[in-house]
Design a protein. Structure first.
Length: 306
């Protein structure tokens, strides 16, 4: 089945005083991938930038740079895309029966079980290392230990970790920040999708398994009989794990499922720090700012918010 989506992602900053210069970089344009084709994409900045350019970053993500050099008290960055998605979700039965120990060993030693080129092997090894927001500490190891039973197939392990995150931790908006650690998440027992992705990544890396952070969107469906709320969606995050013989396999611990055609991939990296939707610097003598984000992912022709 192929789904076509219209996507609008708008970020608005309102400042407490005039901003003389604003420089930023967005990661708000979806990737072209097997099973995902970008039919149209544009990033709009208001006020109009004096300079703008596009770039492909280290991980192959599509980014847009802008520089606004006239005074403003409000900055709006809007990304619009039309995407065709035909992705088929992985299933436990379809994944190779390679064990997690053999996978970790093959990545460490580079033996034939990895079956990858030297360049790919280097990239896999990089994604076993700790990163800013995914640190495999003692708390993560202790939490993950029951899942890492001897000779367990890697696919089965991924399903178990995602299920445990979904059932053992509560989803609670506003309960964490981007700097929340895995130890803090486990102590409070609640977080959001970004936290759950970081926890699963840290658990996999703690055992020598390559894992990356995927940023994107998921189509949300309202309760029966109620209309979909416009602009009420949000960015989503999940995990991509390396499975020898299958490649990168995407799984969503927040919703306890493999990623299918309801998901749109924006970009990926070691963790959130590599793929924030928007980052930048401003020059101002004012203090304070207010941020609002609105996201709408709807079937094509459904008229997302303007």
């Amino acid at each position: 089945m192929t789904r076509t989506y219209d996507l609008v992602h708008r970020t608005t900053y309102t400042y407490g005083g005039p901003v003389t210069d604003s420089y930023g970089r967005t990661t708000m344009t979806p990737r072209d991938l097997p099973g995902q084709a970008v039919l149209a994409a544009a990033v709009e900045v208001d006020p109009a930038p004096a300079d703008t350019s596009t770039h492909i970053d280290y991980y192959g993500n599509r980014t847009t740079y802008y520089g606004v050099t006239r005074a403003h008290t409000r900055l709006v960055v809007t990304a619009r895309s039309t995407i065709e998605v035909s992705r088929v979700a992985a299933t436990l039965d379809s994944l190779p029966a390679v064990t997690w120990e053999d996978t970790a060993r093959s990545v460490e030693t580079g033996d034939s079980a990895a079956a990858v080129s030297p360049d790919v092997l280097v990239a896999l090894r990089e994604l076993v290392l700790p990163s800013t927001h995914a640190v495999p500490g003692d708390e993560v190891r202790a939490w993950a230990e029951p899942s890492f039973t001897p000779d367990r197939p890697l696919g089965e392990l991924l399903v178990d970790l995602a299920h445990r995150i979904r059932t053992e931790l509560a989803y609670r908006s506003g309960s964490t920040t981007v700097s929340t650690t895995q130890a803090q998440l486990l102590a409070q027992g609640a977080g959001v999708c970004q936290d759950f992705a970081h926890l699963m990544i840290a658990a996999l890396r703690a055992h020598g398994l390559p894992a990356r952070y995927v940023s994107g969107y998921i189509e949300t469906r309202p309760p029966a009989g109620r209309p979909k709320l416009r602009g009420a969606d949000a960015s989503h995050a999940w995990v991509s794990a390396w499975v020898p013989g299958a490649g990168w396999v995407d799984i969503d611990p927040t919703n306890d499922q493999f990623v299918d055609d309801r998901y749109v991939v924006l970009g990926w990296g070691r963790d959130y720090q590599d793929v924030p939707p928007l980052r930048g610097v401003i020059f101002t003598e004012g203090s304070g700012s207010r941020l609002s984000v609105a996201v709408d992912l709807v079937p094509a022709g459904s008229e997302p918010f303007s």
